[in-house]
Write a protein that binds this ligand. Structure first.
Ligand code: MN
Length: 191
C-alpha cells in the first residue's frame, strides 16, 4: 500500500489482525528470542517442538522525519515459555527522549516499561485501553490472555528502535503465571 504522507490518507483497518489488505508484517519466531525468557529448558524444548510465532507487527512506513508519525499494529500471540507469558522483545527508542501511545484493539495484556535509572511500571492493556509510554522508557507488550493481543501504536517518525540494550540486559521484571494469574516477578537474569 502506498500512503500519501504529504497530503494525508485514510485507511481501512482490521481490528483483529492488524492492518488490512496487502500489508506485510515483520514476524518474530520464538527461536529469534534466544536468552530473553527466564526458563532456558522450556525455551529450548518449545523451539524444538514447534518454534511458534510469538509476535508480529505491521508498520505503515512513515518518513524518517521528526514531524511525521510512525504507526502500525502489533500482534502478540497467546502462549507461555515455562510460566512466562509470550511477549515482544521490547526496545528503547534510538532517540531516547520520545514517547509512544499504544491503544488496545483486542486481547488482554500488560505493557512493561522501565528506564535506565531503575524506575519501572506495568500497565494493563486490552480492548479500549490506552497506554502512554513516557519518553526514556523501554517497553514490551505481554499477552496474558488466551487470544491474540492486538494493539495500535504511534510515535515520532524518526525515533527508531534500539533493541540491543534489552537483548543484553533484559527487563528488571518478568510477567509470569502464578496460581493461574499474571504476576510480576524479579528477573533473575537481569544484570
Ligand atoms: Mn516503541
Amino acid at each position: 500500500m502506498d500512503f500519501d504522507w504529504q497530503k494525508g490518507f485514510s485507511l481501512n483497518f482490521d481490528l483483529n489482525t492488524g492492518l488490512s489488505n496487502n500489508a506485510k508484517s515483520t514476524t518474530r519466531m520464538l527461536s529469534q528470542m534466544s536468552g530473553m525468557y527466564n526458563d532456558n529448558v522450556a525455551f529450548e524444548n518449545l523451539v524444538k517442538e514447534s518454534n511458534p510465532l510469538v509476535y508480529e507487527f505491521y508498520e505503515l512506513g512513515a518518513p524518517n522525519h521528526e514531524g511525521d508519525l510512525a504507526a502500525g499494529t502489533s500482534i502478540c500471540y497467546p502462549g507461555k515459555v515455562g510460566q512466562e507469558y509470550f511477549m515482544t522483545k521490547g526496545h528503547f527508542h534510538t532517540i531516547l527522549d520520545t514517547a509512544e501511545i499504544y491503544y488496545g484493539l483486542s486481547g488482554t495484556g500488560m505493557m512493561l516499561i522501565e528506564n535506565s535509572s531503575g524506575d519501572w511500571g506495568a500497565f494493563p492493556i486490552s480492548s479500549g485501553e490506552m497506554v502512554y509510554v513516557p519518553k526514556g522508557y523501554a517497553h514490551r507488550s505481554i499477552n496474558v490472555g488466551n487470544v491474540p493481543l492486538v494493539t495500535f501504536f504511534t510515535f515520532r517518525g524518526d525515533a527508531g528502535h534500539n533493541y540491543g540494550a534489552i537483548e543484553e540486559k533484559g527487563f528488571r521484571k518478568l510477567v509470569v503465571e502464578q496460581d493461574g494469574k499474571p504476576t510480576i516477578a524479579d528477573n533473575p537474569k537481569w544484570h
